[in-house]
Design a protein around this ligand. Structure first.
Ligand code: 4AD
Ligand code: MG
Length: 480
């Protein structure tokens, strides 16, 4: 029971607090109180009221402080009730932690005093006590939705997943790099850039010149900066905000999202890059499942469609990911019985409908699609020099329910190839520094980027990407 609540840490802190004789009342987080090994002692708990109920001469409160999905039950004499003690109010409760007579919880807090720190006007408060609010309802209140049970779980999972991803790379010898948010390049060359301008006042003083002397943008990918660093540290990663001016209202696109990116030097095989993607997915997911099982369970039980996500996730974690080439993918799509809106043809990009079909065709497990047509992909991808059906060493990872989760490639490390491609695109001057990397100790290398929000959607079964990020930004919407 204690371990299930992640209680080992709570136990250590509890013991430390108990040893501290000078502390008359230990201030405990709800998670720590719930995981307390022995019901005893004077404590103080602060949080927000999730329910107030009077029953048979006893006042029951449930309070939550964001540290766990489970609320702490407070039992009090009805004389402690007051007008301001309502759903949503902020309270501080002092009392004794005692063994609970109810089987549902280990301990409860027998209140001696209850102080309402901040009352809540329940009539105008958009969250209500009863029932589960739909995600699209709470989305209207980005300043309040973190107090909703589902969003609370999501944000705790997001925090654990972030830590799990950092640990995965650190444990495997990667160096974390803070790649810049402001940049002068368009890594993907897709023109989905947000340009940075100074405000009107600042612009006047800068006499209408660019603040940075050159046009500057919000980054669409930290890859090129990571390639710089891979030339010194061998294995590097970055995990930060990424921006795309995609005028899309889809359920898997945001204007600001988080991307995990890794770059590996001395790798000649796309297989090595795919292995890191698969290991990252499986390791991070297993960590999240063990760190916050109850929060994940809430999604699998109430948010994702009946059991499907849970079973699907187990299957993903158990089985080896499938690998097919772009050419094979096209053959599968051409022979498919459903007619697609976009006709599959060699040279065409995979559309969401194609991605979903391929994943289903391969048994609802993640699928790597590799070796894409040369003309479809950005300038940095390595030329496979394979004749008529000219391809590059690119790989996308497609996952059930989402489609593309990761995009990666081997990078063109050969100076003449890169130089001529950049020359043809008219980018040679702008990318002189990138060419330099191929002149001074160039090595075969590759890497990938994984959309963090799509990852969360995939493991939790959340349909809309706007529900897995604290403050979603998308075209026509920038609330707060
Ligand atoms: O496939 P993408 O465009 O790859 C790159 O940017 C590479 N430079 C990464 C690298 O090799 N270091 O983007 C990577 C992933 C996609 O597979 C997708 O999961 C996510 O980023 N992504 C988005 N997620 C949310 N909203 C958007 N608008 C996204 N665009 C891409
Ligand atoms: Mg991509």
């Amino acid at each position: 029971m204690l371990a299930a609540r992640g209680g080992r840490q709570a136990l250590r802190r509890w013991q430390a607090l108990r040893c501290c004789a000078s502390l008359p009342r230990a201030r405990l987080r709800v998670r720590e109180a719930l995981g307390a090994p022995e019901p005893a002692g004077e404590v103080k708990v602060q949080g927000w009221v999730r329910s107030v109920r009077s029953q048979k001469g006893v006042l029951f409160l449930h309070i939550n402080d964001g540290s766990s999905l489970e609320n702490l039950q407070v039992v009090a004499d009805p004389s402690l009730e007051n007008r301001d003690l309502t759903f949503g109010s902020a309270v501080e409760v002092q009392g004794k932690l005692v063994k609970s007579p109810h089987r549902m919880q280990n301990v409860e807090l027998k209140a001696e005093t209850i102080r309402v720190v901040g009352p809540c006007d329940t009539l105008s408060f958009p969250l209500k006590r009863k029932g589960r609010h739909p995600l699209d309802y709470v989305r209207q209140f980005p300043h309040l939705r973190c107090r909703n049970t589902t969003l609370g779980s999501l944000l705790r999972i997001r925090s654990e997943a972030t830590a799990a991803i950092h640990s995965f790379f650190q444990d495997n010898g990667y160096v974390h790099i803070h790649t810049p948010i402001i940049t002068s390049n368009d890594c993907e060359g897709a023109g989905e850039l947000f340009q940075i301008e100074t405000s009107n006042e600042a612009r006047e003083s800068a006499e209408k010149t660019h603040f940075f002397n050159v046009p500057a943008f919000l980054t669409v990918s930290g890859q090129l900066h990571l390639e710089v660093m891979a030339g010194a540290f061998t294995q590097v990663f970055t995990f930060g905000p990424t921006f795309r001016a995609e005028n899309s209202q889809s359920r898997r696109h945001l204007a600001e999202f988080y991307m995990v990116e890794a770059e590996l030097s001395f790798t000649e095989s796309l297989q090595d890059v795919m292995q890191v993607m698969e290991d990252l997915f499986k390791t991070a997911t297993n960590t999240v499942l063990s760190k916050c099982p109850h929060d994940v369970e809430l999604f699998h039980k109430y948010i994702a469609p009946a059991q499907k996500t849970k079973d699907r996730l187990e299957k993903m974690l158990k089985n080896k990911f499938v690998t097919i080439s772009y050419g094979e993918a096209m053959e599968i799509l051409k022979q498919a019985s459903p007619s697609f809106t976009f006709k599959p043809e060699w040279g065409c990009d995979l559309q969401t409908e194609h991605e979903k079909y391929l994943v289903k065709h391969c048994g609802e497990v993640p699928v790597f699609v590799f070796n894409y047509p040369y003309d479809l992909k950005p300038f940095y991808m390595r030329d496979n020099e394979d004749g008529a059906q000219h391809t590059v060493a690119a790989v996308d990872l497609l996952v059930p329910g989402i489609g593309e989760l990761c995009g990666g490639s081997l990078r063109e490390e050969r100076l003449p190839f890169l130089e001529s491609r950049l020359q043809r695109l008219g980018l040679k001057d702008a990318y002189q520094w990138y060419l330099d990397l191929r002149k001074f100790g160039s090595v075969p290398h590759g890497g990938f980027g994984m959309g963090f929000e799509r990852y969360l959607q995939c493991i939790l079964g959340v349909d809309n990407i706007k529900d897995v990020i604290p403050f979603p930004r998308f075209s026509h919407s920038c609330l707060l």
